[in-house]
Ligand binder design. Structure first.
Ligand code: PMP
Length: 390
């Protein structure tokens, strides 16, 4: 076969991946003026100043080299102490903690460390858009489980059990959830844990919104009896500390798995950014007040947005965490995509259609309230006006 007969050099796995549906909307919105975006999944706050300063100081001191592959031991020790204080779980900073380039890399490393070709990983939908592609890129098969809107899209144990096959290796959990904002209680997690144990599964628990729980204390999956040994807790600094651009996250879990992840990390990334690691130490040491202030503001915004949607006549449950609301737009008769597209074109408000997060998200839209109350107020007025025209 001559080289010119090749139609593409791309891997089939990559070719088959669909670009994220969220991006398409942002590309549309970025070409328009006067758009209010409730689309992005990141804090509107700037990183607390003391955290920024800590990174300046690290640079002034000349800390510009690589760190240990698994991350600075000083940072790993802080992460371990933070999790101990928050969840009363013990992780050895030497063996059971790895610092990554965002929770995103933690997810990728975890899947690559666990998955052999053909292994199935359960992805609970509506889901963060990266999970299924990350499973595919690791050579696994994402098995999607739809959840029930009437149960606030919580994963019910029977649904999980139905999706399990001989090939199921792991399950991706996310509480508080993106896109639904739903938080699973200790009892709900325990019911999932019973199935996990029965079928000898492993859990990748994405707890990046763990600090952002507004009504009850967050429970980590690793706190559920007998689950610590079969859980990787994945998290990071992006959300609670308003540090999305710093690209810093972590994973904690069984030594054997952290060691395997560190091996992949060592060959692919080397180490997470050094100045960001210095900043993260400061974030864990001295940002409690800033985190609580941001949290208070998100809570106020959440309550406002939910009240507004309800007054407009849309069904909207009160999500317990993260910074998203997920109202139903079913009564408008539009699909999620049609609704989002028309709303953007007619009233210049960008939201994300629920179907991009999976089949069960159809009929819903994700609105991020990580934007000022003033902007939210204007967005709500525009959505109200839009609903009156249809
Ligand atoms: N998990 C979830 C559920 C998220 O929403 C996000 C960011 N949108 C991430 C992981 C990735 O976060 P990071 O910036 O730490 O890579």
């Amino acid at each position: 076969m001559s080289p010119s007969s090749k139609t593409t050099y791309l891997s089939k796995t990559v070719e088959q991946l669909q670009p994220s549906g969220i991006r398409r909307f942002f590309d549309l919105a970025s070409k328009m003026d006067n758009v209010i975006s409730l689309g992005v999944g990141e804090p509107d706050f700037v990183t607390p100043w003391n955290v920024i300063e800590a990174s300046f100081h690290s640079l002034e001191k000349g800390y510009t080299a690589y760190t240990a592959n698994a991350g600075m031991i000083e940072l790993r020790t802080r992460i371990s102490a933070y999790l101990k204080k928050k969840y009363q779980v013990d992780y050895d900073p030497e063996e059971q903690v790895i610092v990554t380039v965002g929770a995103s890399q933690a997810i990728d490393l975890a899947l690559r460390a666990l998955i052999d070709p053909g292994d199935e990983v359960i992805v609970v939908e509506p889901s963060f858009v990266s999970y299924a592609p990350a499973v595919s890129l690791a050579g696994g098969i994402p098995v999607k489980v739809d959840t029930d809107p009437l149960q606030q899209f919580k994963l019910e144990p029977e649904l999980l059990e139905k999706a399990i096959t001989e090939k199921t290796k792991a399950i991706m959990l996310c509480s508080p959830n993106n896109p639904t904002g739903t938080v699973l209680s200790k009892d709900e997690l325990a019911a999932i844990a019973a199935v996990v144990k029965k079928y000898d599964l492993f859990v990748l628990s994405d707890e990046i919104y763990g600090e952002l729980c507004y009504d009850e204390k967050h429970t980590s999956f690793s706190q559920i009896p007998e689950m610590k040994e079969r859980t990787l807790l994945l998290s990071g600094f992006s959300k609670a500390f308003a540090m999305t651009g710093w690209r810093l996250g972590y994973a904690v879990g069984p030594s054997e798995i952290i060691k395997a992840m560190t091996k992949i990390h060592q060959y692919t990334i080397m180490s997470a950014p050094t100045m960001a690691q210095h900043a993260a130490i400061e974030a864990l040491d001295h940002s409690e007040t800033s985190v609580q202030e941001m949290k208070k503001s998100y809570r106020q915004r959440r309550n406002f947005v939910v009240k507004e949607f309800r007054e407009m006549g849309l069904n909207c449950y009160l999500p317990g965490g993260a910074f998203y609301v997920f109202p139903s737009i079913q009564k408008t008769g539009f699909t999620s995509e049609e609704f989002a597209e028309k709303l953007l074109q007619e009233q210049r408000v960008a939201v994300v259609p629920g179907n991009v997060f999976g089949r069960s998200g159809e009929g819903y839209i994700r609105c991020s309230y990580a934007t000022s109350l003033k902007q939210l107020d204007e967005a709500m007025k525009r959505i109200r006006a839009f609903l009156q025209t249809i």
